[in-house]
Write a protein that binds this ligand. Structure first.
Ligand code: SF4
Length: 379
């Protein structure tokens, strides 16, 4: 699935060679209709995670204020030709005023709706209202046993708030909202990941996800900057976040993951699902780690920032248009978006800074189903 540049595949087998379009990739300039909408409602956050990718590496936010509830509802209406999946995130989306009404509107239009939250600012009443509004899924950022989680997010009692949310969801008589635990691997939790997993299971989640650390190396950054500047005229300011990976031992981590896999049911996912060998490459910034396939997100997903800016994804804040000026589907099939797809394909399907992007469900070679997962049984 993934390999290091040191072990060269034939160009035919890998489809990685710059200048070569991956065989399965659709043409970049056609008109496209996204299956899902990743909507970052705000970049404000009420926690300060030590490993936060955004605070280390995010490009500058677009000018102008955040989209209002009215604008967000109009956006949903403009994308309601058919059912889609709306993934609400941030920052911390529960800080966005009008969130319940937005969820209600999304559901009224017949879409799937998921919120990714740290649950810190979600009291029982707000969480209950979100479920009453028809929310399909809470994905909760939970990064270890309580003491580890609290330390990683910089707030005492943060895990206790999450436990409350799990209990609340579980206590609903008519339960239409699922709840998942999403854990990012870090230097602090990687050697205790199996214990974290056992703790997550005790909360009775519908699924558990482990995501490898997302970061940009100096080496990959240099090439990507040049591609963005010379081929797209992009003013995006990307920074290296190589320091985030400090303290992770790939060998120790592989041992922990092996124990989890031996113990888990099918609803435990790893993003990406790396072998022990691949993990060594992922956690060694100088390894020239690279992925196969192409970034499917650019054909299937519309990513919108808090101020209406359309970007390929949060880490690559390259602006391709703004829904305040142009209809979202027109931006998605517009020239800047087509040019970005072409630039990706010229590089073999991914930019160098995509190498450690853990959004493996967006990758053509990691076809993870985005549907509501099966429930993990109690143990
Ligand atoms: S692979 Fe990741 S970083 Fe690269 S364009 Fe896709 S979502 Fe963005």
């Amino acid at each position: 699935m993934v390999e290091s540049r040191g072990k060269k595949l034939s160009a035919k087998k890998s489809g990685l060679k710059a200048g070569r379009r991956p065989a399965a990739a659709p043409r970049p300039e056609k008109r496209f209709d996204p299956d899902y909408v990743a909507l970052d409602l705000t970049y404000k956050c009420n926690l300060a995670c030590s490993f936060c990718f955004m605070s280390k590496s995010r490009s500058k936010a677009a000018p102008g204020g955040e989209l209002t509830l009215k604008e967000l509802k109009e956006l949903v209406d403009g994308l309601s030709q058919r059912p889609r999946k709306f993934y609400l995130a941030g920052g911390e989306p529960s800080l966005k005023k009008g969130l319940v009404e937005l969820v209600r509107h999304i559901k009224k239009r017949g879409h799937f709706c998921r919120i990714t939250t740290n649950a810190f600012g979600l009291d029982k009443k707000s969480a209950g209202l979100l479920m009453d509004a028809g929310l399909d899924e809470f994905t909760v950022s939970l990064h270890g046993e309580p003491a580890v989680h609290d330390k990683l997010v910089g707030a005492r009692g943060a895990a206790a708030r999450i436990e409350e949310l799990f209990r609340l969801v579980d206590s609903r008589e008519k339960r239409n909202t699922t709840i998942s635990a999403w854990c990012t691997v870090t230097g602090l939790n990687h050697s205790r990941l199996y214990r974290a997993y056992r703790y997550f299971r005790s909360l009775n989640p519908d699924s558990i996800m482990f995501s490898h650390m997302d970061y940009i190396t100096e080496r990959d950054l240099a090439v990507t900057r040049e591609v963005l500047r010379s081929q797209l005229g992009s003013k995006t300011v990307l920074n290296s976040s190589e320091g985030l990976v400090a303290g992770v031992s790939a060998a120790v981590l592989a041992g922990e993951i092996k124990k989890i896999k031996a113990d888990s049911g099918p609803a435990v996912n790893f993003f990406p699902n790396l072998s022990a060998e691949e993990m060594k490459g992922w956690y060694a910034p100088g390894s020239g780690f690279q992925k196969r396939g192409f970034c499917l997100a650019q054909w299937k997903g519309l990513w919108i920032g808090p101020r209406g800016e359309v970007v390929p994804c949060q880490p690559l804040g390259h602006e391709m248009g703004n829904i305040r000026k142009t209809a979202p589907l027109d931006v998605f099939s517009g020239k800047p978006a087509a040019d970005f797809r072409k630039a990706l394909l010229r590089r073999g399907g991914f930019l160098p800074t995509c190498s450690r992007c853990g959004r493996s469900s967006y990758s053509s070679t990691y076809c993870v189903k985005a549907a509501v997962p099966a429930r993990v049984g109690k143990r």
